[in-house]
Each structure stands twice: as structure tokens, then as C-alpha cells.
Unconditional design. Structure first.
Length: 520
């Protein structure tokens, strides 16, 4: 099926969002964005990480309430106070992290949250199956409706989500990074389904970092930047250059003027040909002693997956590592820690902290050998525990009433300091931080940055993964940009700017995607 020319739209837009604004605390995620979607059209939504795309989707889905602005459907202002309201208005959403329940059948997953026909007080699954089967065939579901959804591929579960939206009579389907986990053939199948949907009058809001797909599928594209809708580009003017220029904008943020040339110390960590399909594909780099090395790129580029391979949380399919001159192949995070690595995970509350336990408990998790009384007597020395915990709280300015306060009561910034403080007690050779300042206030962000630069000055090697537009230019000596599981560009010293990272993510990502698809 050809998807080069989307079907003509009906008269008048189906959905219009006007001047939608939303703040979280002191951070303004949306600063009056506007968007107009036509029935029977594919409308692209693009922008760098943190541009506001996800926040607008949450507003349309009824998951977030805007501070200002309005949404109109068929010309009438509507209030979307809940996901149920969004469904009733004909809005369907397929998020990057698919929602399906393993252990339930395909049919049961399709009907999640959908009112069900009943007969004699019981759910009439036979009647439901008769209604759903034609829709399932329409979107290309070939598996039995009675199969366990966990046995299906990611692509097949995408079809379940589309089918669920159609069963709910969705007139608009929002697709968030739909091909991030799909092969080339699976993506082609999805594009054909999108064409069929638009031909029947369904509007598609297509959110993707893959500009080749945006160019191929979309009739119009809206570009978000820093919480604003900065451009709307029609099909006739839609080019890769126009998109990248709109995404990046004219604002160039220079690198820290105090930063000199890149650190030239010896390599502490060498990674060669690291791979775990499909997210990490032959990554090689060196991390030098006393260096802050950043890894940039778009969501789904493979950055977190690379960190998990280095840390032993996942097993690599190929590649080798050398740490301080010795072969390094951790089979678990415990082995990585013993060898001299530390990791501050992206999801600190879920993966980095025990929220019900004290500040001291969380600080000392990786430091127990240093606070026991003696190797032969594995009892905690409360004096050592208290002294080392208080020292970290003081040095990092962690705001807490006591080291015995449950860490869940602390602010996000202070929680992050606790996770970092844990590794300061351990003193690793290499510290990996995944999104180190996500969800922290500006003051805490500055404190964390100063701390990391100080640790690097003392000889620790720092690897920072960040989606924040300005974080890597502020912090790093070098930046590696990843796209589609590969390192596609290296930036150093004053060449590290916000724009150079974003431009490399999109431009180089296109080449990486093309290479990946040619191999498949």
C-alpha cells in the first residue's frame, strides 16, 4: 500500500487545541500550544525531548488538567476531565509502553475498559467475539482471539491496541513512537493500517522522532520547542531540513566558557562492539580518568539499555569491555559494583531507593563492609553508620530532619542526592548517572552538577545520560550522540551545544535508521 499521499480531509477540523498551558510547580511544560487535527489525515507532532509533546497528549487523554486554553471537537468546547471523557469523545491513545495484561486472551485485552454485552447477568463473550472479529481482521490480527496476549509479538500487541481504539469507536488515534520496537516489515504493515484508517475518516496524531516516517506519512506537522508550538508545516513545504531547523530553532547555547579542551587522561573504561539487539548495536567508546562523558540522543536511542549492559543488569550478545586495564564482563550488578562501578538509575524512586527506609539505610546499602565491626563479626557499627551518613548529608547539603527520616519524605532533589551520596561512600572508579536531574528543582540541579564536576576533578570518571536539552552542554567534557542503538557523533569541548546535540540526534538518526532497516 502506498502511504505517500494521505487521504483528503473532511471539511473543518475534528479537534482543535488552542493556547493550552500547563505548569508543574515552577516548570512550565506547555506555554500556550495550539494544534488542529482533521478527520482522515495523519498529523505529525515532533520536537526534542522535553518539548511538551507528552504533556499535550496527557491533556487530551484526560490524565492531566491544563491550567489554561481550550479543546474543541467538531467546533464545540469540551472538558476532558478523565480518560473516560476522552474515550466518550472518540479519542484513542496508543502509548509507547503498550498496555496489555499477560495471562488474558487477545479478546479480553481488546475489551479492557470497554462496556461489555451481557446475557442473563453474565458477560456474553460469544456475542462480543462476533462483534470484534471483523475489526480484528481489519487491522490484521491473525492470532486467535483466544490466544494469551503474552505469546504475541510487540507488533501484534500494537494491533491489539489499535483494535481496542476502534472497538471504542475512536475518531482520533494518537500513536506515540509507534515503530520504536518494530522491524522494517512490521513498520510497513503498520503504515498500511494507518492508510486504511485515514481512508475511513479516522484522524491520526503521529508522534515520532523518526523524521523519515513523518515525511512519508504526514499531511501536516506541528513542531513543539520548549513548551511552545513554533511551526506548522504543510505537505508542500515538508522537508527534513525544514523540520530539523524548526526543532532546533535559532537559539544556540554556548558551552561553558570555563571549560577547556577535553580531558586527555588514560582510559578507565573501554567498550568495544557492545550489542544487544535491537536497542544497542555495536557501540564502542572510551571513558577517560577524571572525565565527564555525556550520552545524548532521543528517547529510544538505546542509552539506558547501554548503561544496563555496562552495569551487568542485562547480558550483552556481543562486545567486550576493559576496566582499568583488565577484562570486564559483569554477570550481575553486584559484580559491577565489586569491580568499581556505581549506577544512579533513571527511576530513582522505583530502582534506586527504598522509600520506606531511612536516609541512612539508603546511603549505606552499598557500603555495608565499611560499617561492620569486623569481617569476622558482621554486625553494624552504629557509630560508623551515623558518622559516615552525617558526613554525606553535610557534604551534599541534603535537607532532612534526621538521617533516620524515611527517604520517601524528602524532595526529589534531596532523594537524588541520597542516591549519589551512596556511591560517594563507596568511591567507585566509574559512576554512571541516568537522567541525574530529572524531576529536581533548579537549585538542586546546580548543586548536583557542581558535585559531579568536583568528583571528576578528584579523578572519578563520570558517565551521564540525559534528555534535558541544556544539561550535557552545561556539564560534559565530551558528548556521544546515540541514534537507533548506535553512536553517530562525538562532540567535544566548546563544540558541545544544545543545537549540535539535537541536530545530530535527528540528522544522524536518519542515517542510522536507514542502515538498520537495510540490514533487516
Amino acid at each position: 500500500m502506498s502511504t505517500q499521499d494521505p487521504s483528503p480531509a473532511s471539511a473543518g477540523p475534528f479537534l482543535v487545541a488552542r493556547e493550552v498551558a500547563k505548569s508543574y510547580g515552577g516548570v512550565q511544560a506547555l506555554k500556550g500550544v495550539s494544534l488542529s487535527l482533521d478527520a482522515g489525515r495523519v498529523h505529525g507532532l515532533v520536537g526534542a525531548n522535553g518539548a511538551g509533546k507528552s504533556t499535550l497528549i496527557r491533556v487530551l487523554a484526560g490524565l492531566t488538567h491544563p491550567d489554561a486554553g481550550e479543546v474543541r471537537i467538531d467546533g464545540t468546547a469540551v472538558a476532558i476531565a478523565s480518560p473516560q471523557d476522552a474515550t466518550a469523545l472518540g479519542l484513542g491513545f496508543i502509548h509507547q509502553e503498550l498496555a496489555f495484561v499477560p495471562g488474558m486472551t487477545v479478546l479480553e485485552n481488546i475489551m479492557l475498559g470497554v462496556p461489555k454485552k451481557r446475557r442473563l447477568g453474565m458477560v456474553d463473550w460469544a456475542a462480543i467475539e462476533r462483534d470484534v472479529a471483523p475489526i480484528a481482521r481489519r487491522v490484521g490480527i491473525t492470532a486467535s482471539l483466544h490466544a494469551d496476549a503474552k505469546t504475541l509479538s510487540i507488533a501484534e500487541n500494537w494491533l491489539i491496541s489499535i483494535c481496542r481504539a476502534l472497538v471504542r469507536k475512536a475518531r482520533l488515534i494518537v500513536m506515540d513512537e509507534p515503530t520504536a520496537s518494530l522491524s522494517a516489515s512490521e513498520s510497513e504493515r503498520l503504515f498500511g493500517i494507518i492508510e486504511d484508517l485515514t481512508a475511513s475518516g479516522v484522524a491520526i496524531l503521529y508522534v515520532s522522532h523518526r523524521l523519515d516516517e513523518i515525511l512519508r506519512l504526514c499531511h501536516r506537522v506541528t513542531v513543539f520547542r520548549d513548551g511552545r508550538s513554533v511551526a506548522e508545516i504543510g505537505k508542500a513545504a515538508l522537508t527534513r531540513t525544514a523540520l530539523v531547523e524548526a526543532i532546533v530553532g535559532g537559539e544556540t547555547r554556548p558551552a561553558d566558557a570555563a571549560r577547556g579542551e577535553p580531558v586527555g587522561g588514560d582510559a578507565v573504561l573501554r567498550v568495544s562492539g557492545m550489542a544487544r539487539q535491537p536497542r544497542v548495536q555495536g557501540v564502542s567508546f572510551e571513558l577517560r580518568r577524571g572525565e565527564v562523558l555525556g550520552i545524548g540522543g532521543l528517547v529510544g536511542a538505546g542509552r539506558t539499555e547501554l548503561a544496563r549492559l555496562i552495569y551487568g543488569a542485562d547480558r550483552a550478545e556481543a562486545g567486550t569491555m576493559v576496566l582499568d586495564g583488565a577484562p570486564f564482563a559483569p554477570r550481575s550488578p553486584g559484580q559491577a559494583v565489586a569491580a568499581g562501578l556505581g549506577l544512579v538509575p533513571e527511576e530513582r524512586r522505583a530502582e534506586g531507593l527504598v522509600l520506606t527506609k531511612s536516609v541512612a539505610f539508603n546511603l549505606q546499602i552499598a557500603n555495608l563492609r565499611q560499617i561492620i565491626r569486623a569481617p569476622a563479626l558482621p554486625l553494624i557499627s552504629h557509630r560508623r553508620r551515623e558518622a559516615s551518613s552525617l558526613a554525606i548529608v553535610r557534604d551534599l547539603a541534603i535537607k532532612t530532619r534526621s538521617i533516620e527520616t524515611p527517604v520517601g519524605r524528602l524532595s526529589g532533589g534531596n532523594q537524588q542526592k541520597v542516591v549519589i551520596g551512596r556511591w560517594l561512600l563507596r568511591g567507585p572508579k566509574v559512576l554512571i548517572l541516568d537522567e541525574p536531574t530529572r524531576g529536581v528543582d533548579i537549585g538542586s540541579r546546580g548543586e548536583i552538577h557542581r558535585l559531579l564536576r568536583d568528583l571528576a576533578a578528584r579523578g572519578m570518571s563520570i558517565l551521564v545520560i540525559s534528555s534535558e536539552p541544556d544539561e550535557l552542554p552545561d556539564l560534559c567534557d565530551r558528548v556521544l550522540v546515540m541514534a537507533e542503538g548506535r553512536i553517530v557523533r562525538e562532540l567535544a569541548g566548546r563544540a558541545i551545544t544544545r543545537n549540535s546535540i539535537v541536530e545530530a540526534s535527528y540528522a544522524a538518526g536518519h542515517a542510522a535508521a536507514a542502515a538498520e532497516r537495510s540490514v533487516r
